[in-house]
Structures are given as structure tokens and as C-alpha cells.
Design a binder for this molecule. Structure first.
Ligand code: SF4
Length: 347
């Protein structure tokens, strides 16, 4: 059976040719799959019964099962564990923000990057996700919002769940194109953010794709040794090269780059790091997003005090750095990336 979920309209038309399905019907089938929640041909009531039966005999619409769903107490955050055909499970998070519904999708099951603060990497990389599997996360949540929350929709997407998106480059680029199509979510590129740990060659490739998405770079430390200790990938692609590639991205796309900086108690929240970080940001079209760490029990990494977080933010803002502190969402439902999946793996 061929899975058609994740196909572009052109691919779908090609696949449906042997069944003599006209082009406008292919478009209707795409809309059923991507916009109307159809999980089977049976649901596609504007196709003839005979065609539906024929297609159902040879093609399948591979959608993930919702294996677990957790809602935060304040109802603002919902986390899903989605399971694909082969039993691979990934996390997707919905955050109901003041500016709209934002989702965080995974690009790989697990991750091989080994960042010290991250639960997604504890079991290594299971596999890359396909374009369709990345899209399925967005579609699943969009369907839920439409059906359960008065016709709402996904407004913004961050590719910041488990996995390093630039290590799964082709599938992620395929996803960016597909989710932008009018027959899927019609998502504006400017409403999409891709987050990378700093895979330098692919950062240059991405800058040349001509897709005006936002780039977010996981920095987490302002100098070599500390960054290598927190993020092993820094040994392969050192901080200075990452910054150069990020500047190139900003130059080419005219988009402001965001540097993510997880604040960890006693590790990267000192005066020295604040000063180094401010120096590093000097003259860049960039902003810094401070993220007080969701404590990772397995790694004994703790969150700084509120005073410390405020001090760090104040230092940067008074040294000409555009800075924000990420609002806490969903800590009561283990919203830090990878924690729910790990629980599932060890159950
Ligand atoms: S932070 Fe991102 S890149 Fe680093 S291990 Fe976790 S999922 Fe991978």
C-alpha cells in the first residue's frame, strides 16, 4: 500500500493518474487529507463510492495515532505524543499564546546531538522523520483546534521539538514548502521558525533557499569551552563559525536571527557570561531569547533564581542587546522537549 499523506499536489496527481482521477479531484483529495481531517477515502463524500473503494484498496492515508495528550492546568499548553505506523513516537506541543496558536514540531525521533540540558537526546537518534510525518504533527493539531476549539487554527510553527532539523535537511525543506501550500495550512513563511544547534554548512544552504523563515540558533554559552561542554556539536562547528553563518543568514534574508540561551544556575548565568554574550551580539541583526531551564532531573541542571534571571536580562538590555525572557509554559506537563517521549520509552 502506498501512503499518500505527505505528498505534494503534483506527486498526488502523478500517483492518481492510473486511476484516471482528474486534476481537480486530486486537489479535493489533498484538501480532504490536509484541511478536513480525513483519515480514510471513505470520508471523502464528494468522490464516487466506486472510486473511494478502488483507492482504499491500494492507497493509504498514513496519519499518526495520538498516543498521549496532556493539558496544562491553565489550559494554555497541550502536549501530544504522536505514534507513527512503525511505533516511532514524537512529541508535538501546542501553546495558546496571546498572538495565536503556536506549535512546536519535532524533526527527528530522538536526537544525536547530545546537548547536556536536553531530554530528547538521552536515548540517541531513533530516525529522521519524513516530510509527511513532520506535516502530520501540524495537521493533527490543526484538526483538533478546528473541531474542538471553534474553528481555530495553527497560526505559527516552530521547528524546535526533538531532533536537529538541519540534520534532516531534505525532509525539513520539503515540510516548509508543503505546509505553505494553499491546499494544506497555507502557512506564511514568516510565521515559521527553524531552530538549529548550529550545523554550519546547512545554515549556508538554508540562507540560499529563498524561504523567508526565521532562524533561531541555540547558543547557550558565549565562549568555546563552555559551549563545547554543553553542546558537543560545538567541537565540530565552533561558536565563531556558527555566528558567521548566522550573520550570513541575516544578511541574505534580512531576517533578524534569534539566539536561544538556556539559563542554567551557576553554569552560564554569571557576570562574565553576560559580558561575553553582550560582546558577541555587538553589531548583529539579532536578539537573545533567555530560557530559564526546565530542570532536567537526569542531568542535575537547575534553574537560576528569579533575581538572577532578572539581573541577566537587565545586564543585556542595558548593553544594547535586544533581549526577551521566554515565558514559562507547561512545566506541569513536562513541556521541555523529549521528557514525555522518554517516559513513554521507559514505560
Ligand atoms: S537541544 Fe535540540 S539539538 Fe540539542 S540534543 Fe536536544 S533536540 Fe538535539
Amino acid at each position: 500500500m502506498t501512503n499518500i499523506f505527505g505528498m505534494t499536489l503534483v506527486q498526488l496527481q502523478e500517483t492518481l493518474k492510473p486511476y484516471k482521477v482528474p486534476a481537480y479531484r486530486s486537489k479535493q483529495i489533498a484538501e480532504w487529507m490536509y484541511q478536513k481531517g480525513a483519515g480514510s477515502f471513505e470520508a471523502m463524500t464528494n468522490l464516487s463510492k466506486q472510486l473511494r473503494e478502488t483507492l482504499a484498496g491500494e492507497l493509504v492515508i498514513g496519519r499518526p495515532n495520538i498516543k498521549a495528550r496532556l493539558d496544562s492546568k491553565d489550559k494554555k499548553t497541550t502536549k501530544f505524543l504522536l505514534e507513527f505506523d512503525d511505533g516511532t513516537a514524537v512529541e508535538t506541543v501546542l501553546m495558546r499564546q496571546s498572538y495565536g496558536n503556536s506549535i512546536c514540531v519535532s524533526s527527528q525521533a530522538g536526537c544525536s546531538m547530545g546537548c547536556a540540558f536536553c531530554a530528547s537526546t538521552l536515548h540517541g537518534l531513533a530516525r529522521d522523520l519524513t516530510t509527511g510525518e513532520i506535516l502530520a504533527q501540524a495537521i493533527t493539531i490543526n484538526d483538533m483546534l478546528r473541531d474542538e476549539e471553534d474553528g481555530q487554527k495553527v497560526d505559527t510553527i516552530v521547528i524546535m521539538g526533538s531532533g536537529e532539523p538541519l540534520m534532516n535537511y531534505e525532509n525539513v525543506i520539503g515540510f516548509l514548502h508543503l505546509v505553505h501550500e494553499p491546499y494544506t495550512l497555507n502557512m506564511g513563511y514568516r510565521n515559521i521558525t527553524l531552530s538549529t544547534s548550529g550545523i554550519v554548512p546547512q545554515m549556508y544552504l538554508l540562507a540560499d533557499e529563498g524561504l523567508p523563515i526565521s532562524l533561531s540558533v541555540s547558543l547557550h554559552a558565549p565562549e568555546q569551552a563552555l559551549r563545547s561542554a554543553l553542546m558537543p556539536i560545538n567541537r565540530k562547528y565552533p561558536l565563531t563559525d556558527v555566528i558567521k553563518a548566522a550573520k550570513n543568514y541575516a544578511d541574505k534574508t534580512k531576517r533578524r536571527v534569534t539566539y536561544e540561551y538556556i539559563l542554567i544556575d551557576q553554569l552560564n548565568d554569571g557576570e562574565l557570561q553576560a559580558k561575553q554574550l553582550a560582546n558577541l551580539m555587538h553589531g548583529q541583526l539579532a536578539s537573545v531569547n533567555l530560557i530559564p531551564i526546565n530542570p532536567v532531573v537526569e542531568r542535575n541542571l537547575m534553574r537560576p533564581s528569579k533575581e538572577r534571571i532578572d539581573w541577566f536580562e537587565h545586564y543585556l538590555s542595558t548593553h544594547h542587546v535586544t533581549v526577551t525572557v521566554r515565558r514559562e509554559m507547561g512545566t506541569d506537563i513536562q513541556a521541555a522537549c523529549g521528557q514525555l517521549r522518554n517516559k513513554h520509552l521507559s514505560d
